[in-house]
Design a binder for this molecule. Structure first.
Ligand code: MG
Ligand code: ZN
Length: 228
């Protein structure tokens, strides 16, 4: 039966995701699964976060893209350890695809791993990769109706980022409508309004990341050791 097969695929994925997470936990690496439409600013947010966190947390990146190494090359050129996955057409990452790039990153030398998922607001929400936090990024220019159109994505999010707030004067982003849609699905997730271009609002997001690292790994590991 089709439903049964689908269930088995999800179970197998969740098992691999648990393996990935165990590996990350052993090295006190906080992993984030960044999900968004193409062009929402996932890569730019990674680069701004790196700038804001530079003396507090060491970052690594797994770049998932259907094709090309444009984003991976860009991130790597900033001196950030980066592994690339080309999915060859697949529209999302899964836990199995993460295993090789995860092995390619020197986990003891980083504190936070950004996993940039394939640009897509639909199926990435269905696959655990072993991340600690699922982050949904939306650019203000995409419009405030996204939680209504892609409810699963906003339901599973541990945090939501509204990027490109520098464009607000030029667009009609209905902020109240957006928050109503989000809160109907998800009461917990903090929402960060920021611009990865100008840097406005990025510090609040970066501080939250540091808090998330401390909550999980602060005891026993002390402060992240940036000297390693
Ligand atoms: Mg990108
Ligand atoms: Zn997909």
């Amino acid at each position: 039966m089709e439903i049964e097969i689908k269930e088995n695929i999800f179970n197998a994925n969740d098992q691999l995701a648990a393996d990935n997470k165990a590996k990350l936990d052993r090295e006190a690496v906080l992993a984030l699964n960044l999900m968004a439409s193409p062009g929402a600013g996932k890569t730019s947010l990674i680069l701004q976060s790196a700038k804001s966190l530079s003396d507090r947390l060491r970052l690594g990146v797994i770049e998932g893209d259907i094709a090309s190494s444009i984003d991976a090359d860009n991130v790597r050129s900033h001196g950030i350890p980066t592994e690339l996955i080309n999915t060859g057409g697949a529209c999302h990452l899964d836990a199995n695809m993460i295993q090789t790039p995860l092995a390619g990153i020197d986990l003891p030398s980083i504190d936070v791993l950004f996993i940039e998922n394939v640009g897509n607001l639909v199926c990435p929400a269905e696959f655990n990769l072993g991340e600690h936090l699922k982050i949904v990024i939306l650019s203000a220019a995409e419009g405030a109706d996204k939680p209504y159109k892609y409810p699963l994505m906003f339901k599973v999010a541990d945090a939501i980022v509204i990027n490109k707030i520098d464009l607000m004067p030029y667009i009609d982003f209905r902020t109240g409508y957006f928050y109503d849609g989000v809160r109907a699905l998800n009461q917990q997730a903090p929402v960060f309004e920021l611009s990865a271009k100008t840097g406005e609002g990025v510090d609040a997001w970066a501080s939250w990341l540091l808090e998330q690292w401390n909550e999980r790994f602060g005891q026993g590991h002390g402060e992240p050791d940036t000297s390693r």
